[in-house]
Design a binder for this molecule. Structure first.
Ligand code: NAD
Length: 490
């Protein structure tokens, strides 16, 4: 196996000093001291400590809630053009600060610098698009005879409680904040405590862009305690969560106690169906960039490769060969094509899933543990994995590609649909008929046909079944933060 694990000098103090000072943002003020103490932030590549994130106590959470409640009274009345102006300026600041933010993101999450730079660029594009939507959200008005006018007014739903994960520590907060602010809502957001700097830098850009105090409040803390407190508050009218399915269900249950609307973007286990009328080598080569992006820690990551029996082995050979050539290194090293896993929980989970698959006679063609410090794991391809394996049922969320052969289209659609997940799927075929029919039969929110992309900043993004509901992208993202009000005038 020729996995290249580059050692770098990135654990030097000089690199870690580029990690920003962490703070919460409450009512327009930066708060560096948490009432519930602090928590260390670890660099997953070197295991060095980057900084300390303050953890809010109940008084600080209440201060953030009160600020969001007060600010809603004025921000909702700010003209859509001026709301858009703040967001556009923040997007421009993110672009200007790309190197600073990307470095912080790589230090705390582990992803290669080039992926962090792309994440900053995409986040800025998302904010710009959603800012535009602030000016394109209209209600309707109908006139009934000479005396009666019925208006459907579109209004912001109110202050939002948002919770975001560690895998895309800038994109996910950017999606939620920009959509909510475009709609005229305010927010208390709790980004993940393991990757706090990216969201802090986004908040800094918004403040520097002129965002009024209290419109966005950033808090950290013990996740279960913070979510229970924020969601129970009468100030909060909407709950938005991205993360695991199990936590998402818990969040939805908390929100239902107050009949609060929720938006859930949860896990996935994306099937990839490769028919025998395409070049399996070309698909395998295309799959590499998507499968091992962010070390496989993406909700839309292609995970279950169902490949037609006639081309399965050729596909596995090409995928394994390309995977074994990836340069695995500290993300701060410009040569890195894949970094470490973001935390030790993923490393343990990946090891467990591989041991289980190997014990069921699947073949681990390439990949495995890597020596050295840091949460590194080599890009792994496991062939002929049966449907009972843990990895075929539980979201792998790591650098593991699972393959299994199929022979019949109906059979493979049933296997693709057999899990409770329904986020993304991919179909590769040379047949226009198959390309038209199979995506419609798949129980998912998004399907990539003959490529591994799932839209952009201007498109819907979301799942079905236990992958959640609502959209994090496109014009629909703004609608998530709006209510419709009927006004019937005589
Ligand atoms: P986890 O379920 O412990 O946590 C997921 C996220 O939810 C984290 O950001 C965490 O801080 C937060 N969280 C946990 N409990 C919470 C609570 N009670 N209230 C509010 N927030 C809470 O899982 P993990 O070990 O961090 O990640 C592993 C799994 O999470 C993966 O297998 C994957 O399914 C899922 N995940 C999905 C996404 C996504 O983009 N959909 C992102 C990250 C993780």
């Amino acid at each position: 196996m020729s996995i290249q694990l580059h050692s770098t000098d990135s654990s030097t103090d000089a690199t870690d000093r580029r990690y920003p000072q962490l703070a919460m943002l409450i009512d327009g003020r930066w708060v560096e001291t948490g009432g519930s103490g602090s928590r260390q932030v670890e660099n997953p590549a070197t295991l060095s400590i980057l900084g300390n994130v303050p953890l809010a106590d109940e008084q600080q959470l209440d201060a953030a809630l009160a600020a969001a409640g007060r600010a809603f009274g004025t921000w909702r009345l700010v003209s859509p053009r001026d709301r858009a102006g703040v967001l556009h300026r923040a997007a421009a600041l993110l672009r200007e600060r790309t190197e600073t933010i990307a470095t912080a993101m790589t230090l705390e999450n582990g992803k290669p610098l080039r992926e962090s730079r792309d994440e900053v660029a995409f986040s800025a594009d998302i904010i710009d698009f959603l800012a535009g939507e602030a000016q394109r959200s209209f209600g309707t008005s109908t006139i009934d005879g000479a005396t009666r006018r019925v208006t459907l007014s579109v209004e912001p739903i109110g202050p939002v409680a948002a919770f975001t994960p560690w895998n895309y520590p800038l994109i996910v907060p950017a999606r939620k904040i920009a959509a909510a602010l475009a709609a005229g809502c305010t927010m208390v957001i709790k980004p993940d405590e393991e990757t706090p700097a990216s969201a802090v830098e986004l908040a800094r850009a918004l403040v520097d862009a002129g965002l009024p105090a209290g419109v966005v409040n950033v808090v950290f803390g013990e996740p279960a305690r913070v979510s229970a407190h924020l969601i129970a508050s009468p100030v909060v009218r909407k709950v938005s969560f991205t993360g695991s399915t199990s936590v998402g269900k818990h969040i939805a249950a908390l929100a239902s106690a107050g009949a609060k609307r929720t938006m859930l973007e949860l896990g996935g286990h994306a099937p990839v169906i490769v028919f025998d009328d395409v070049d399996p080598v070309a698909v395998a080569q295309q799959a590499i960039g998507s499968k091992f992006h962010n070390a496989g820690q993406s909700c839309g990551s292609p995970t279950r490769f169902y490949v037609h029996q006639g081309v399965h082995d050729e596909f596995v050979g090409a995928l394994s060969e390309a995977a074994s050539r990836l340069v695995v290194a500290d993300g701060i090293d410009e040569r890195a094509q894949m970094g470490p896993l973001a935390n030790v929980r993923r490393l343990d989970a990946v090891r467990r899933l591989i041991v289980d698959a190997a014990g069921r006679n699947a073949s681990v063609v390439t990949g495995g543990a890597l020596d050295g410090i840091g949460h590194f794991w080599a890009p792994t391809v496991i062939a002929n994995v049966d449907d009972d394996a843990q990895s075929m049922n539980e979201e792998p969320f790591g650098p593991i590609a699972l393959t299994a052969p199929f022979t019949d289209t109906d059979e493979v659609i049933a296997r693709a649909n057999r899990l409770p997940y329904g986020l993304a799927a991919y179909v590769f075929t040379g047949s226009a008929r198959t390309a038209a029919l199979v995506p419609r039969a798949l129980e998912v929110g998004m399907v990539g046909v003959n490529h591994f992309s799932l839209g952009g900043e201007d498109t819907f993004f979301g799942g079905v079944k236990e992958s959640g509901y609502g959209s994090e992208g496109g014009a629909e993202a703004v609608h998530e933060y709006q209510i419709r009000k009927l006004i019937d005038e005589a």
